[in-house]
Design a binder for this molecule. Structure first.
Ligand code: NAD
Ligand code: UD1
Length: 331
């Protein structure tokens, strides 16, 4: 298949480019590089030994997107491009609503115009909000009360309605849990600009000495040890989930959780990281982070049943690969 990957230079997008190229698909990337670098695509070429095409465009720009659809015949689109920092979304709500929902509409409209029927969308576990764990795809959505979370719920809605009006459309709404780790080569990974918001990149920067210590946001949650529980998934497993979704997609709108189905607390992740990499991490207990929930993990049975996909990599591999990338790359 020939696939358009928006946001393909980013963390999850670059790993998905690798998975698709290795499976024999052709890839065209559209990315404005607002949170990534073209060097990541060079690394994708290096890892796979294969070519991909790259357009540096903003995918909210309908004319530019159409220009790409005119040039290429796509069999499907994977739409990763988006802004994803929760705190920033509260400070810049209009930028988030515009970027994340307009990009979805522009791409869906181009698909309709050029007869592209497969669409895979990057959604998030954040759409479940304060539901009971494990989160199941059939649950009513209660998106976290921030603009970022709402853009994901809105984009899901937009695509669901668009698909209902277009016979033959096949849409996968993939709800990612907590992607971590990096490609085992150490060549691509998560390279946040500024101080990381998420736990794993924060941990790797503490391990490297770039940050003094890890602050654990709350130890009084009703969880196994009082710290927040999440479903961490290796980014390469997540990338393979996209491949399965793309290849196995049938007409209709399908929602899939992509996680491991296992919850890990902050303290458990810290210990796993220390053990996997033979390091000690300076930590302190701090106040809860506003907006955080106690527990988030997936029921992953639907993706396994319908896509034949299951995460294979364990916490040790996630910690080793995240650390290898942190030590090596500056992209
Ligand atoms: P990322 O920031 O590394 O990648 C996103 C990419 O999209 C970047 O390369 C950025 O330059 C590009 N981009 C953003 N707006 C664009 C625009 N208007 N036009 C063209 N390119 C644009 O983030 P990621 O972690 O790889 O996330 C990919 C997607 O998955 C995002 O939609 C994100 O919201 C979603 N998601 C991520 C996580 C996570 O924890 N990383 C969890 C759930 C969902
Ligand atoms: C965050 C986002 C969520 C997004 C998800 C994607 C927020 C409020 N939520 O969620 O919308 O879908 O990433 O992966 O940003 N922690 C610490 N110290 C730190 C950083 C984090 O203790 O320095 C804790 C958090 O309190 C949480 C856990 O680690 O319990 C994981 O945090 P994080 O990596 O930010 O992910 P989420 O909270 O799941």
């Amino acid at each position: 298949m020939n696939i358009l990957i928006t946001g393909g230079a980013g963390f999850i997008g670059s790993h998905t480019c690798v998975a698709l190229l290795e499976a024999g698909h052709s890839v065209v990337v559209a990315d404005n590089l607002c949170n990534s670098s073209a060097a990541a695509l060079e690394r994708v070429r290096q890892i796979t030994g294969k070519e991909l095409l790259f357009y540096q465009i903003d995918v909210t720009a309908a004319a530019l997107v159409e220009g790409i659809f005119k040039k290429h015949r796509f069999d499907g689109v994977i739409h990763f491009a988006g802004l994803k920092a929760v705190g920033e979304s509260v400070e810049q709500p209009l930028e988030y609503y515009y970027n994340n929902t307009v990009s979805t509409m522009v791409l869906a409209a181009a698909c309709r115009k050029y007869g592209v029927k497969r669409f895979v969308f990057s959604s998030s576990a954040t759409v479940y909000g304060e539901n009971e764990v494990p989160f199941v795809e059939t649950m009513a959505l209660r998106p976290a009360a921030n603009p970022y979370g709402r853009t994901k719920a809105m984009s899901e809605q937009i695509l669901s309605d668009a698909a209902r009006a277009e016979p033959g459309w096949a849409v996968a709404l993939l709800r990612y849990f907590n992607p971590v780790g990096a490609h085992e080569s150490g060549l691509i990974g998560e390279a946040p600009t500024g101080v990381p918001n998420n736990l794993m990149p924060y941990i790797t920067q503490v391990a490297r000495g770039k940050l003094a210590k890890l602050r654990i946001f709350g130890d009084d949650y009703p969880t196994i040890d009082g710290t927040g529980v999440r479903d961490y998934i290796h980014v390469c497993d997540l990338a393979e989930g996209h491949l399965r979704a793309l290849e196995g997609l049938r007409p209709g709108v399908h929602r899939y959780n992509l996680g491991t189905g296992r919850g890990t607390s902050v303290l458990q992740l810290v210990k796993a990281f220390e053990k996997a990499n033979g390091l000690k991490l300076p930590c302190e207990i701090a106040a809860r982070r506003p907006g955080d929930i106690a527990e988030s993990y997936a029921d992953v049975s639907k993706a396994e049943r319908e896509l034949g996909w299951k995460a294979r990599r364990d916490l040790v591999q996630m910690c080793r690969d995240a650390w290898r990338f942190e030590q090596g790359a500056e992209i």
